[in-house]
Design a protein around this ligand. Structure first.
Ligand SMILES: Cc1cc2nc3c(=O)[nH]c(=O)nc-3n(C[C@H](O)[C@H](O)[C@H](O)COP(=O)(O)OP(=O)(O)OC[C@H]3O[C@@H](n4cnc5c(N)ncnc54)[C@H](O)[C@@H]3O)c2cc1C
Length: 478
């Protein structure tokens, strides 16, 4: 007896539990408890996705669908659903770039399209992709709908439109889509209430394609690397904020602390800030001079070097990744992944060393970021596991602080890492530094962190109207 609807097309069923039992548990690199998953479905087309959804909608209430694109959500639960009792819907085989337009600045991608795939299509063109620091084999769409962060900005800023299969099988396109009758300018908000945001961090539909914006490629680009002694950290971060606010630097300012530099395979030493300077060749020269002058004047940086004079050392994988990544090239990301978890993308969940993330937003100012560092030091002192942190300044006001815990997969180390993660949630919440993405273990924090109970009820009402029988399993943000 199978828990799948009776009319499920056999060709999409990749694995199913025998006699109604869950599948043997898969591992995840965070060593979170594997959930009970009753089957794994792998459609190859949008029509097959619709057939699956319609079968679930027409069947008696049972396990709901847990959707992922390439399932490389490492550090947050990988492919695991938030709750027990789901059937996984793996969309990695829908992997075509359906269309792209260099002049208009957009591409229509399916869930299985990877960063490497799209970035390599754009090589040598005057457009580029906002790539992340994760593996080149991760999904552009998957990361975007989870509101991930690239080297240029948060990925949702690149999101123009989504194609979604609703829980009754209807296919809709929200946001902006290319028109067959001729080019139109990209307008993600459309007219009237905008449903685009309803389908990110969402269990309201199955996303089968996205329109992502392609950024104009700068004519010239250089990365500056500035070292910050710990005693100057607060003032130096305020100075970097000023540079960001005055548009001296482009993209995300990344500041790696000593632990994160070590775990991602970067240079040893203090805090290292990576700054992207770009534009025409002349503006890059001018901005570099201005920044070097400001750095000399303030005296807060122990060293500042330019990527053209000082290319990243052969063993500085972080500097290599960041420099290429600012230019939309994810081809150096695998070395950082290897440093972080000790293996390649294919083997991370099965063989990689343990890894969890905590992802809060922190105001971009020296005192707030130093307070966050103090909390992380407290977590290290109380639990014996020292988190690494990377400051990702998204703009002049907001930092995405990537906190990572690396640990061996032994019982003691796993419990210590999970206890450290729990403590980090508690201490950061108390300080007002709230996460913007959650891992599968901490999904209940969505309610806890909600600023308005009525707004949560509104979202639940929507879910009930659109998906009364729970065709799509409650997700990490439900
Ligand atoms: C060393 C290292 C560096 C990393 N760097 C970064 C980084 O710079 N930025 C960053 O954001 N992350 C980073 N990550 C975390 C993670 O690897 C990426 O976010 C990755 O892109 C997520 O996996 P994925 O692309 O396969 O998405 P998936 O795992 O496929 O999707 C993520 C989630 O989105 C939802 N979802 C996905 N597809 C659909 C769909 N079609 N319909 C509905 N819902 C869907 C599901 O909830 C799913 O769990 C890093 C991880 C490591 C280990």
């Amino acid at each position: 007896m199978s828990v799948l609807p009776a009319d499920m097309p056999a060709e999409v069923v990749h694995r199913v539990g025998t006699d109604g039992a869950p599948l043997p548990a898969d591992e995840n690199v965070s060593m979170f408890r594997p959930r009970d998953v009753y089957g794994l479905l792998r459609p190859r087309s949008v029509e097959e996705v619709r057939d699956i959804v319609r079968s679930f909608a027409g069947a008696p209430k049972g396990p709901g669908l847990h959707v992922f694109s390439t399932g490389r959500n490492w550090g947050l639960g990988s492919r695991e659903p938030a709750r027990d009792g789901a059937v996984s819907l793996d969309l990695s085989q829908l992997a075509s770039v359906r269309e792209f337009d260099l002049q208009g600045g957009w591409a229509v991608v399916e869930p299985g399209v990877t960063q490497l795939q799209l970035a390599s299509l754009l090589e040598g063109s005057d457009r580029m992709l906002n790539v992340t620091a994760s593996s080149g084999h991760t999904s552009v769409l998957g990361n975007t709908v989870d509101r991930g962060v690239g080297l240029r900005h948060q990925r949702t800023r690149d999101l123009a439109g989504l194609e979604v299969v609703l829980p009754d099988g209807e296919l809709i396109r929200v946001g902006w889509w290319p028109r067959e009758s001729g080019p139109t300018a990209v307008n993600p908000s459309g007219l009237g209430p905008n449903p685009l945001g309803l389908f990110t961090q969402s269990d309201l539909g199955v996303v089968t394609a996205a329109v992502v914006r392609l950024l104009p490629r700068p004519e010239a680009q250089r990365t500056l690397r500035a070292s910050i002694p710990r005693r100057h950290l607060s003032d130096a971060l305020d100075e970097l904020r000023r540079w960001k606010a005055q548009h001296l630097v482009s993209g995300v300012i990344k500041v790696y602390d000593t632990v994160s530099n070590r775990s991602y395979g970067g240079a040893a030493g203090d805090f290292v800030a990576h700054l992207c300077v770009d534009g025409t060749a002349e503006t890059v020269e001018a901005l570099t001079r201005v920044i070097e002058g400001e750095a000399a004047r303030c005296g807060l940086f122990s060293d500042i070097v330019r990527s053209d004079d000082h290319p990243p050392a052969d063993d500085d994988f972080v500097a290599q990744l960041v420099q290429r990544g600012f230019g939309g090239d994810p081809s150096h990301n695998e070395k950082v992944l290897l440093s972080a978890v000790g293996t390649t993308a294919e083997a991370v969940d099965g063989e990689g060393s343990g890894w969890v993330f905590f992802l809060p937003l922190v105001p971009f100012n020296g005192p707030a970021l130093c307070r966050a560092q103090e909390i992380l030091e407290q977590v290290g002192a109380e639990t014996g596991i020292s988190p690494g942190s990377t400051i990702n300044a998204l703009d002049a006001d907001v930092v995405d602080l990537v906190v990572s815990f690396s640990f061996p997969r032994t019982d003691t180390a796993v419990s210590r890492a999970h206890a450290a993660l729990d403590l980090t949630y508690e201490l950061f919440e108390a300080a007002g530094f709230l996460p913007y993405r959650l891992d599968a273990e901490h999904h209940a924090w969505t309610d806890r962190l909600s600023q308005d109970a009525a707004a949560r009820r509104f979202v639940r009402r929507l879910k009930h109207v659109i998906d009364p029988s729970g065709v799509i399993a409650a997700g990490r943000y439900a």
